[in-house]
Ligand binder design. Sequence first.
Ligand SMILES: [Zn+2]
Length: 286
Amino acid sequence: MKNALTFDVEEYFHAEAFARVLRPEDWPTLESRVVATTGRILDILDRERVRATFFVLGWVGERYPAMVREIASLGHEIGCHGYGHRMIQHLTRPEFERDVTRAKSTLEDVTGHAVLGYRAPTFSIMRETLWSLEVLCEAGFRYDSSIFPIVHDRYGIPDAPRFPHRLKGPNGCEIVEFPMTTVTLLGRRVPVAGGGYFRLMPYSLTHRALRRINRRERQPAMVYLHPWELDPDQPRLPVGPMTRFRHLVNVGKTEGRLVRLLGDFAFAPAAEVLARTGLLAVGNPK
Ligand SMILES: [Zn+2]
């Protein structure tokens, strides 16, 4: 059973935790760390002989096209994380359309390959933003990986399916959804295997959850991380203690845990995992 390994390639300052203290105009004035930390991830994947999906933020791809080309040249899949990292509920439909098409065409121009997959900033495909799936489909995306099927203060569709499935919009457009991974514990869905949850939980729990999903439920898991989650030396931004805790908890442990995870389970890029499930027919280079 292959699981999907994915990275949302953005700077530490793009995280939603800082949206209240930073404006996009501030971004170019801050220290950039994304190329170095993504490089560390690429080294780890090379050593462990694992390929992954990198959902690159258009803002980053425009500034560092050589990095995007390098990721693609190593055999990894390039996906799209939108352009300006704004949660979809803060955008109108035309604004969202401009955001994703700008990012998609930037990445396709850089790599020369079609970008099939999309990951929304901060998992912001929720019930009130489901219209965005139609836009993605019309823009030529074949799959989305943005829905977190849990109850959460910032995102989530609590009763959405837990595993990959097809979605059909009212416009007749079809797209495949690869949701973030959860386990059910005492009838409740608990997020596992990505981001802050991966950093907060002891590795043994993540391991047990993935094994259960692969063996008992016979489903692939979706693992997601950000380069800044492997960067304990990132600059500290002026936020409150709770926000800082959520952003930085256990960042020093992520790299070691990721290496263990790659040794304990089998991984592939998201599009390949979806192709194995039969949900996605691949092989349509631009
Ligand atoms: Zn992001």
